[in-house]
Design a protein around this ligand. Structure first.
Ligand SMILES: [Zn+2]
Length: 212
């Protein structure tokens, strides 16, 4: 347990440091929303700024519906000479689609918040560990995952921990999801380096959204 908490702390600190360093370096911002129509113009103006990169966010004023598609589409119009950072996105498939439009950095509560609600991301799709079909399932959340949760515990035990309101359920689930997101970002970087991103996107973008 001590070892598990140690690994979790390292992961959290690692993610926090990455987020802080990205925020410190990136400061030119394009807001998508009511002014979406002028975002291309805004992007062009950004080229003359001294920012270390470009942030991409959106207005949520309750009057306009901003889709992820419209946000990531804006990334295409942004200058390509510096890193582009998309705020608050998203699911594994959202991230793959945003990368296909040129986004370089992300931060999001998705892996930790979904983990605390029993929603676990795997390469086979999304697992809702609270589902009754896992009540006696002796297999790990993901056979291909090397995280301490999957190496040490079954779906049935993890589901039992949730049902018993044990805080260990939240810790194990968040740990698994953070592990998965780290692996996702590593595989995305590898695919981009190897020139195989299109194949990676075709294989996983839809699959990772599916419930298993
Ligand atoms: Zn795992």
């Amino acid at each position: 347990m001590k070892k598990l908490l140690g690994i979790l702390s390292i992961l959290v600190i690692f993610l926090a440091l990455n987020t802080v360093s990205a925020s410190a370096a990136v400061n030119g911002t394009v807001k998508v929303g009511l002014r979406y129509g002028s975002s291309a113009v805004t992007s062009a103006k950004l080229e003359n700024t001294q920012s270390g990169g470009y942030d991409l966010g959106y207005y949520d004023d309750g009057r306009s519906f901003v889709t992820l598609g419209s946000i990531t589409q804006t990334a295409i119009t942004m200058p390509q000479d510096k890193p582009r950072y998309l705020m608050g996105v998203g699911t594994p498939s959202n991230i793959i689609e945003a990368v296909s439009r040129g986004v370089d950095f992300f931060d999001c509560v998705m892996p930790s918040r979904n983990g605390r609600h029993g929603k676990l991301f795997t390469w086979e799709g999304t697992v809702n560990i609270l589902n009754r079909k896992y009540e006696t399932d002796p297999s790990p959340v993901s056979e291909s995952c090397g995280c301490p949760c999957c190496r040490g515990f079954s779906k049935a035990y993890l589901r039992h921990l949730f049902k018993a309101d044990e805080v260990l359920a939240l810790r194990l689930s968040v740990l698994h999801n953070l592990w998965f997101y780290n692996e996702l970002m590593q595989k995305l970087r590898d695919a981009l380096d190897a020139g195989t991103f299109d194949e990676f996107r075709a294989k996983y973008s839809g699959k990772l959204e599916q419930r298993v």
